[in-house]
Design a protein around this ligand. Structure first.
Ligand code: URA
Length: 219
């Protein structure tokens, strides 16, 4: 799914599903296709995302949290969505879970935070830090897919079940799937626990440590 047209169609379908429709003969968006293609540079893509009002989350956000890091990163981390600190600063993973993620990057992978790229499934904060709805996640997905296309990471680490689910389409439990390397055409995908889960369950840190050693050996 490389353009907004598909995202808008998906959004339309989810909305119809929520209204109870089982079937629809989809009427294709009448928009001029060229308006719906995403730009081919990260700078222009970020500008477009900053003006995005495609879903409900845009109404309550303070800032769009596009993502940050090395634009040619080999390693990319994808979280679920911005929290309160990220929303106020416009940067991903800068709150408590972000501090832990930075420590993992620096002390386990022996990389600098600026060496990797960090993004989220949704670019605007879900109210009260709830999980993004499927409509919100799918509506935002083209931005993430375009980021992946432009950055071309060799490895993507999905932080938590939501990130893994929307990156893979797989609903296997995170406890079963974490640490497993999924070879894709363009990159290898691995899920591990979300740093906020580690803050609540410090005993799971050893699992993430193990997962990061696998990533380190791939780098
Ligand atoms: N949690 C996330 O999933 N993403 C962030 O950017 C911050 C916290």
């Amino acid at each position: 799914m490389k353009n907004l047209k598909n995202a808008l169609l998906l959004k339309q379908l989810y909305q119809l599903k929520q209204l109870g429709f089982q079937y629809t003969s989809v009427s294709v968006y009448k928009e001029d296709e060229s308006n719906l293609l995403l730009p081919n540079t990260l700078e222009k893509l970020e500008k477009q995302a900053n003006g995005c009002h495609l879903c409900e989350l845009s109404k309550s956000r303070t800032n769009v949290v596009f993502g940050e890091g090395n634009k040619n990163a080999t390693l990319m981390f994808v979280g679920e969505g911005p929290g309160a600190t990220e929303d106020s600063m416009g940067k991903p993973f800068v709150g408590r879970s972000g501090e832990l993620l930075s420590k993992i990057i620096e002390n386990v992978l022996y990389l600098k935070r600026e060496d990797v790229y960090i993004a989220n499934i949704v670019k605007c904060r879900p109210p009260n830090n709830r999980t993004p709805t499927p409509t919100e996640a799918h509506t935002c997905q083209p931005y993430l897919l375009k980021q992946i296309e432009l950055i071309k990471p060799k490895i993507i680490v999905a932080l938590g079940a939501t990130a893994y689910h929307y990156l893979s389409g797989d609903e296997t439990k995170i406890t079963k799937i974490r640490g497993v390397l999924h070879k894709r055409e363009d990159y290898t995908l691995m899920a591990t626990y979300h740093p906020s889960y580690l803050l609540r369950n410090p005993s799971a840190k050893k699992d993430v440590f193990e997962d990061m050693l696998k990533i380190k050996s791939l780098l």
